[in-house]
Design a protein around this ligand. Sequence first.
Ligand SMILES: Cc1ncc(COP(=O)(O)O)c(C=O)c1O
Length: 380
Amino acid sequence: MWKIPLFKPDYSAKERNALLKVFDEGWLAMGKYTSRFEGEFSKYLGGNVESAAVSSCTAALHIALMAANVGKGDEVLIPALTFVADLNVVMMVGAKPVTVDVASLTDWNMSFDDFFRKITPKTKAAIVVHFAGYPFDPRITELCQKKKIILIEDCAHAIGASIGGKMCGTLGDMAAFSFYANKNLAVGEGGMFVSPVTGFAGKARLLRSHGMTALSLERNLGKLISYDVRTPGLNYRISEINSAIGLEQLKKLDKGIQKRKKLVDKYIFFLSRHRSSAALTIPFVQYPENVQPAFHIFPALLPENIERKEFMEHLQSAGIQSSIHYPAFRHFSGYKKQIKDKTPLADAISSRAVTLPLYPGMSHQDVEYICKSIAAFFNK
Ligand SMILES: Cc1ncc(COP(=O)(O)O)c(C=O)c1O
């Protein structure tokens, strides 16, 4: 339907063969592929973490809050500009979400100053996002350590990103990754809970599988005949099919990120060549030298006087899919009254942001076509 969709998974015969192999072998849940995927994932992050594969990033975030005993009476700092999963999981454990503004109209990560301002004696944890795959302000790690705030990284956008050689996902107490269909590493539905703290990882393993001490594979292999239940838990497990696809996707992740970087460079080049750069504000064009972004999405900010719907419809008529990352929480009917924190910059971005297509299979001609369509809109 789209000439250029917002994203396309980067699949080949490797992923197809991997999933067929799981079928042929006949063991579909919590087996060798999941355990290999966890091992390879920890290695990819530098080796000093434990990984537990789960059914989604949301599951990993929920597990992280439960593992940290966050609940009623606690406050959790979250970005004002993020996917609603960060807000939902805080509500689910009965804690109070406190939203933090972005740093600026060109840095859509959490503002260090606003983060600092919104800490109270009740702040027990913080969920940070590395927006679009650009790592957050690392001073937040030090601040959380100093204030004894549990730091949970939402790395849904940031698989493969790093600061000073340290991978995102290893910069806090716990981290959650997404392998949803549109992510840099896509398996359909899936996620990873990661922690450098053995205690948290152990709790996560219990929480993702009914609080049980033994997996069905161990019982099937005759290693254990029964199990104990140590804590109330959930079923947040991943399937072997998804883990097998994940193993293949992990192998091509860095190459995909390099392709994404080239496409982002092309966007910036063509936008200025077609004289639409003055109209659009592109965030994260500048980032510190020691930062390696993951280039997950390509967001842009429209001028105040432009009707976003009209702009997106113009792209649609040219066969270009676009999206919004993210609508403000208070625009959702279920969250009209709950969110009262002042976050003026995030609010402005929420009403003017538009996300353009970005995926490794895109060509430089695709980028030029999109930039020409944008220029045509502004030159109308
Ligand atoms: C920033 C952010 N956090 C969390 C999630 C939730 O991920 P999942 O769909 O794997 O639960 C997403 C998904 O798009 C996301 O973008």
